[in-house]
Design a binder for this molecule. Structure first.
Ligand code: XIL
Length: 319
């Protein structure tokens, strides 16, 4: 079949995948498919803080540099993921906050330096940055992270301002899971985005991760949710789509999975604001799902031996 990338280019869409750098280095089938099927890539882990600054002041950009180079050589854009998150923080940072050796004032400076350093390094090479990731709880209250605890809610606006100063052309995104449809959490994002934009804070996009599970059903009002962010003048994107199921997979579950992928893709294609649709890995061989959700898996477009699943066909047909 025609690669997804070629189909997406006709539809004026960026179709992306998260990239596992170990697989990219070691697995030629994976490497070829990443270049052939996608015109956008996201680092699954190598742009996260724990990877880029494992020791305070000592940086490791090797994985991130390699991905940016891979993308440039293949005419792919890069989504930057992610600058401010409560998870995958370096040990020196969480330990320093916990034992009080890093106080609030110093912490703010550390965050500013992190955002500025990383965004500047890839200035002009990142199309969209996930500036803040997963900052709300399911009920729409702000997540009780070290950032909220030590810096208060202003850390969000600060992060966007710092990122914008470092690369004024990159589109800056909020990003979270369980925000596909209209619910308390996505409404909290809508209200936050509206307020930040009214205050002139440079936030241009709303990223919807799209980690679905067939046993929980397809989210309601996805189109309406995209539309309200679009009315704020924002871009939208699906940033981490996968659709897990309780194992073992069977034909019926795989057919349902296909309709879920297609449902999110159709919502994106139906919204002028949505020009980027990224899957969180494209083969079950390297999917994060089985390691995190016990008993679940088979969440991506192809099997562990890269065989195309019904979901792959459904995405291709949708494009
Ligand atoms: C996951 C990666 O896929 C795993 O390899 C890693 O161990 C943990 O993080 N939401 C996000 C992503 O924003 O960064 C997460 O990625 C999946 C959930």
């Amino acid at each position: 079949p025609v690669p997804l990338r070629a189909l997406a280019e006709r539809a004026d869409l960026r179709i992306g995948t998260a990239v596992d750098m170990a697989a990219l280095d070691d697995d030629t089938t994976y490497r070829r498919a990443t270049g052939r099927e996608f015109n956008s890539v996201t680092a699954e882990n190598v742009m996260k803080w724990e990877v880029v600054e494992p020791t305070r002041g000592t940086y490791d950009w090797s994985g991130a540099d390699e991905l940016v180079r891979f993308a440039r050589d293949r005419g792919q854009v890069v989504r930057g993921h992610t600058l401010v998150w409560h998870s995958q923080l370096p040990g020196w940072l969480t330990a320093g906050v916990a034992d009080g050796s890093i106080g609030a004032g110093e912490l703010r400076g550390i965050l500013r330096k992190h955002v500025t350093t990383e965004v500047k390094r890839y200035k002009g090479r990142i199309q969209q940055w996930d500036v803040v990731n997963e900052v709300f709880e399911e009920d729409g209250s702000l997540r009780n992270s070290i950032w909220l605890q030590k810096l208060g809610p202003s850390y969000i606006a600060d992060a966007f301002r710092w990122a914008h100063a470092a690369d004024p052309k990159a589109k800056l995104f909020l990003n979270d899971y369980n925000v596909e449809g209209v619910n308390a959490k996505s409404t909290a994002y809508y209200e936050l985005a509206k307020r930040l934009r009214a205050e002139g804070v440079p936030v241009q996009g709303f990223g919807i991760q799209g980690h679905l599970a067939i046993q929980y059903g397809f989210p309601g009002e996805v189109a309406g949710n995209l539309a309200r962010f679009e009315r704020l003048g924002m871009q939208t994107a699906f940033t981490e789509v996968d659709v897990r199921m309780i194992l073992p997979a069977d034909a019926e579950k795989l057919a349902t999975q296909a309709t879920y992928f297609r449902g999110l893709l159709d919502a994106c294609l139906g919204a002028r604001s949505c020009k980027s649709f990224t899957v969180w890995g494209f083969t079950d061989k390297y999917s994060w799902v089985p390691g995190v959700f016990a008993g679940q898996g088979a969440a991506t477009l192809t099997t562990e031996d890269f065989g195309r699943k019904p979901a792959y066909g459904a995405v291709g047909e949708g494009l």
